[in-house]
Design a protein around this ligand. Structure first.
Ligand SMILES: Cc1cc2nc3c(=O)[nH]c(=O)nc-3n(C[C@H](O)[C@H](O)[C@H](O)COP(=O)(O)OP(=O)(O)OC[C@H]3O[C@@H](n4cnc5c(N)ncnc54)[C@H](O)[C@@H]3O)c2cc1C
Ligand SMILES: NC(=O)c1ccc[n+]([C@@H]2O[C@H](COP(=O)([O-])OP(=O)(O)OC[C@H]3O[C@@H](n4cnc5c(N)ncnc54)[C@H](OP(=O)(O)O)[C@@H]3O)[C@@H](O)[C@H]2O)c1
Length: 282
């Protein structure tokens, strides 16, 4: 790379420092908190491009400054005005990026593209009474930022958060979410947090108020199809009043989108406000 090329690429990103790490599930799920680049503004639901130096290119001079060579998209978990940036990640066993990200230690460097990206934001909806946030796995990341932002709570009567994972041990951030669900007036029940496990029964202590027949393993798509999703939420899913976001596994997003289309949900188009917004993680 020429000096000029190095200079222009360097100006697109900044080097930040790892401040904290949380392991949710050993070798599978973790969160990482890093310093926030000056002027890095984002809306809840948007994502950053994170960079790492993966491997050690033989051509690199011993004293040369490291240059990130792998970049991946990661949704911001942080409240939009937080001093630091937090990200929630899976470890893909044979992945090039996520295992390296999981090995970072406090004080290590992480590069962040100066631009923010993405349209999975509440600005996609012009109105609506209830907000449905549907995630599989780490798709939860984008919604955590929304839930940490008071503006989201002011805007919607109910917020239904569905988090589909394989096992109860993958329900990251559950204590924060349970606390948020209980924080407000219980009569109002503004946040309805519904964890769903697909490979084993849901642990009762993680969802104390759930009826015992709803602890059985299920996929979110099956529950939507059978009507059980609305029964569990205690709120009707209707195109006029509900606004719904889907995030995570692309197969879930595609199937859910098909089921929702039959019920009158569609993304916004030029001049036509939508009631559905989606983001695929791969
Ligand atoms: C807009 C956007 C936002 C994203 N936000 C996040 C985020 O907040 N947290 C996060 O962990 N990942 C997120 N991702 C995915 C992330 O960019 C990487 O793909 C992921 O970290 C794996 O990188 P890798 O190099 O290890 O594996 P890759 O080579 O990138 O992926 C290999 C395979 O792993 C699986 N995979 C990739 N990402 C995931 C995932 N998140 N959950 C389950 N399986 C996956 C897929 O089968 C994929 O084909 C996001 C992706 C996009 C497009
Ligand atoms: N092969 C394995 O057994 C295995 C085990 C652990 C981890 N991993 C790896 O771990 C990584 C992340 O896995 P993850 O569990 O976080 O993410 P994931 O594979 O996307 O699964 C998250 C949740 O989404 C559900 N889901 C998948 N496809 C769906 C669809 N079409 N409709 C509705 N729901 C759907 C899953 O249900 P289901 O459980 O019913 O699929 C699961 O409850 C991947 O890279 C994966 O390869 C693999």
């Amino acid at each position: 790379m020429t000096d000029q090329a190095t200079k222009s690429s360097e100006s697109r990103y900044t080097q930040q420092t790892v401040l904290a790490k949380t392991t949710w599930l050993e070798d599978k799920l973790f969160s990482i908190t890093v310093t926030r680049p000056p002027g890095f503004a984002f809306l809840p639901g948007q994502f950053a491009r994170l960079g790492l130096c993966v491997g050690s290119p033989e051509s690199a001079a011993p004293q040369a400054a490291p240059i990130p060579n792998e970049w991946r998209a990661y949704s911001m978990v942080s409240k939009p005005d937080a001093d630091e940036l937090e990200f929630f990640s899976v470890v893909v066993p044979d992945g090039k990026f996520s295992p390296a990200l999981s090995r970072l230690q406090l004080g290590d460097a992480l590069w962040i593209d100066k631009s923010v990206f993405g349209f999975l934001t509440l600005e996609r909806f012009v109105d609506g009474e209830d907000l449905w946030l549907v995630a599989t796995g780490t798709g939860l990341s984008a919604y955590l930022s929304m839930l940490r932002d008071p503006a989201t709570w002011h805007r919607f009567k109910h917020i239904v958060l569905l988090h589909g994972v394989r096992t109860s041990s993958e329900l990251a951030y559950r204590q924060e979410l349970l606390a948020l669900a209980n924080l407000v007036d219980p009569q109002r029940a503004q946040l309805i947090y519904l964890p769903v496990t697909s490979q084993e029964a849901l642990s009762r202590e993680l969802s104390p108020s759930i009826k015992s027949q709803w602890l059985n393993p299920a996929r979110l798509t099956t529950l939507l199809n059978s009507g059980e999703l609305e029964q569990r939420a205690g709120v009707a899913l209707e195109p006029t009043r509900s606004r719904i976001m889907l995030c995570g596994n692309p197969a879930m997003v595609t199937e859910m989108r098909g089921l929702l289309a039959e019920r009158g949900f569609a993304p916004g188009r030029r001049g036509v406000a939508g009631n559905l917004a989606v983001e695929n993680y791969w």
